[in-house]
Write a protein that binds this ligand. Structure first.
Ligand code: NAP
Length: 486
């Protein structure tokens, strides 16, 4: 399979927070890769900015280091890196101040797409949006790109959306959830809507339940103070897991176009039933050390009395015609057994087993794996090969994208595709303002519920599958979680 590279039009990409962690680890390497495969058209430029007083040469040199360090094992030559960094420019600006903006404006051209990427803390979003608008740097055609978090509750999300829309139209605003840029997530849509096999079965008559898991093996080391104000529900469920739920549950959009897709996603969120506290399990990883230098969640958060969850599991119901009676179980946590993100769709057992005495019929499970090893697996029941009569066993139909895509080179990082979509002006894989607000409107009462009840998360061991309560959550429905890393 050979991929086609369609060059994008000439652009000026202004990267706020260009010296920060995200810019160095993800955004600059992603830009380099698309440059390397020839996707940059004529005259594309990247203008880095932050408060640090760097010369353009220093920024180029830092970027070359970042590309070499975080470039995903891609072979590069010094000539390629030099050609890429020649496109870079730099201007120092404190975005809370008035100075420095003229320098940015002086570097921009009238005939190129302008994209402003805000790789900075969320407290700076509105300052930057306002100044870009007031200084005339942002044109009606410019795009502004934001990283999560988009608020920490409904009120703050509304305030942020309002402040952005005072200066930019909704079709100029690109809210990134990098999960949507993953190959497998887009393949979920292709699988559902470009094949006739699955869609007729994609409903509660044929699907028993769905499990969505985003498990991380690392803890909150290094960002504990930030995380403690957020927790797994805000940090992961409200955005990433919600997006995966929407793409799994949504109706077929009329077309693969930004508002068609996003309209359908919003309908799913609006159909979510409120979740009772009995359908939630919250956990906090505990220390592996019994001495004073513990490495449990509370040590990392620097808060010995923290009630913030590093793990959450929920049973979620989508109250509409298609899904009534098919629960979605969501779970995400830190310091779990393995790092894995997947959607597992459990089909109902056959209505009648004609093979009695031949071993169990293994229910079909379709697993869409986001990480590691992006791919899709369908668990089936087959005859155990060889002599011995009709004996049944389970077998997987397996497609790992790395194998399938071997000829077209390495798997793409999600940021690559999303940044190119920004330049192309395609918002399909970005969250619309009302979508973010609908997600918070569903999330807020859940968080409020456990706050009001004074609930404390249940401790769980690092390296385990989470707290015992999460097992009960699914066992009482006579179901069980897929093993993490199964
Ligand atoms: P970071 O490492 O702290 O970088 C922040 C950047 O903002 C630095 O370049 C900093 O440079 C610049 N900056 C800070 N204050 C400024 C000001 N007043 N004026 C101009 N520039 C300023 O943060 P990060 O980890 O890259 O995260 C950036 C954003 O992405 C955050 O919203 C974060 O939540 C989000 N995010 C990050 C990740 C990740 O993996 N890191 C993942 C998902 C989302 P100077 O100090 O030189 O000004």
């Amino acid at each position: 399979m050979v991929s086609r590279v369609i060059p994008v039009s000439s652009f000026d990409f202004v990267l706020f927070g260009a010296t920060g962690d995200l810019a160095r680890r993800k955004i600059l390497p992603a830009l380099f890769h698309r440059f390397q495969i020839g996707q940059f058209g004529e005259n594309c430029r990247i203008i880095g900015t932050s408060r640090s007083e760097l010369t353009t040469e220093e920024f180029r040199s830092q970027t070359a280091d970042a590309v070499r360090e975080f470039g995903q094992d891609v072979e590069t030559t010094p000539e390629e890196i030099a050609a890429f960094t020649a496109l870079l420019d730099y201007a120092a600006v404190d975005v809370r101040g008035e100075t420095g903006w003229d320098a940015i404006r002086g570097k921009l051209r009238d005939d190129a797409v302008r994209a402003f990427y805000l790789s900075v803390g969320p407290s700076l979003f509105t300052d930057i949006a306002r100044r870009l608008s007031e200084t005339g740097i942002a044109t009606p055609d410019s795009r502004i790109v934001l990283e999560k978090p988009f608020g920490h509750d409904l009120a703050s999300a509304r305030a942020l959306n309002g402040a952005l829309r005072a200066h930019f139209e909704e079709q100029q605003i690109y809210r990134i959830d990098h999960y949507l840029g993953k190959e497998t997530v887009q393949n979920l849509m292709a699988l559902r809507f470009a094949n006739s096999l699955f869609e007729p079965l994609w409903n509660s008559s044929h699907i028993d339940h769905v499990q969505i898991t985003v498990a991380e093996s690392i803890g909150v080391e290094g960002r504990g103070e930030y995380y403690d104000k957020s927790g797994a529900m805000r940090d992961m469920v409200q955005n990433h897991l919600m997006q995966l739920l929407c793409l799994t549950a949504m109706e077929p959009p009329a077309q693969f176009a930004p508002n068609s897709v996003r309209d359908e996603k919003v309908k799913v969120i609006e159909a979510l039933r409120p979740v009772s506290q009995a359908s939630i399990a919250r956990g906090q990883y505990r220390s592996r050390n019994s001495d004073e230098n513990g490495d449990g969640y509370r040590d990392h958060a620097g808060n010995a009395a923290s009630r913030t969850e590093s793990y959450i599991a929920l049973k979620v119901e989508v109250a509409n015609w298609r899904w009534a009676g098919t629960p979605f179980y969501l779970r995400t946590g830190k310091r779990l057994r393995e790092r894995v993100s997947e959607i597992a769709v459990y089909f109902r057992d056959p209505p009648h087993n004609i093979f009695e005495g031949s071993g169990p019929v293994h229910g079909n499970v379709l697993v869409i794996r986001l990480q590691p090893d992006e791919g899709i697996t369908l668990k089936t029941t087959i005859k155990d090969p060889g002599p011995g009569g009709m004996r049944l066993t389970g077998a997987n139909l397996d497609m790992t994208f790395a194998d399938e895509l071997a000829e077209s080179g390495r798997p793409q990082d999600a940021y690559e595709r999303l940044i190119m979509d920004v330049i192309r002006g395609n918002q399909t894989l970005f969250m619309r303002g009302d979508e973010v607000e609908a997600a918070w409107a569903w999330t807020d009462p859940i968080i409020g519920g456990w706050k009001d009840a004074g609930d404390t998360p249940q401790p769980y061991d690092s390296g385990s599958s989470g707290p015992d309560d999460s097992l009960l959550l699914i066992h009482r429905d006579d179901r069980q979680w897929r093993g993490i890393g199964a």
